[in-house]
Ligand binder design. Sequence first.
Ligand SMILES: CC(=[NH2+])C(=O)[O-]
Length: 138
Amino acid sequence: MPETTNTLRLQVSTADAPPPSWAYSQGIVANGFLFTAGQTPHDPVTDETVGISIEEQTTRTMQNLAAVLAAHGLDFSHVVKASVHLHHPGRDAAGFNAIYEQFMVKPYPARTTVGSFLGDFLVEIDVVAVVPPVEPAS
Ligand SMILES: CC(=[NH2+])C(=O)[O-]
């Protein structure tokens, strides 16, 4: 369940995405936007890395992002910005994009992709999503 930390920041938390292993939240809502933590290709229950190919690992990562978005009633149509880290950007860009396109909704969010060292996995993605205003009761 979401946990209100103060009036400016609402914590988003779900068992359907890997629990944070360090000092961060899975998501934080502030000022009309949901900011997700970087999601990785880990199983939400076992925390094992899922798959060895960029396609498998991107699929699990996007499923984890979907779970964090869904925990606040959102989906990929609400995403306005994505930041992508690839362990092997030259080798994996095409495979990554093939999966990413299956999840993201046109017009595609703004995006930055960089090469990073990621430990024993190939991809990490975080997104910013807009939270629609709540309609006042009439
Ligand atoms: C995995 C992750 N989001 C972090 O910041 O370590």
